[in-house]
Design a protein around this ligand. Structure first.
Ligand SMILES: [Zn+2]
Length: 79
């Protein structure tokens, strides 16, 4: 049995009819709209509830600082 699914593109609002028989169906009407949506994700227009990415970034910076400090100490040691 063939199901026809009507869905609305979340980017431009274009209604598209697609067959659900093929499994996963991308919700975008075109590659262009898919790229626009990806761009929104990359620029953090969309936000996902959860741990702050900022905190993770600060922890990584702290770790990098410690690594830099330990390498300096190793250079000062004549042994
Ligand atoms: Zn679209």
């Amino acid at each position: 049995m063939l199901w026809i699914v009507y869905m609305r593109c979340p980017v431009c609002g274009h209604v598209l009819a697609t067959s659900a028989a093929g499994g996963a169906v991308p919700p975008f009407c075109s590659a262009r709209c898919r790229a626009i949506d990806l761009g929104r994700w990359l620029t953090e227009s969309y936000r996902i509830p959860g741990p702050s990415v900022q905190e993770e970034a600060e922890g990584l910076a702290d770790l990098t600082d410690r690594m830099a400090t330990s390498s300096v100490l190793a250079e000062e040691d004549p042994c």
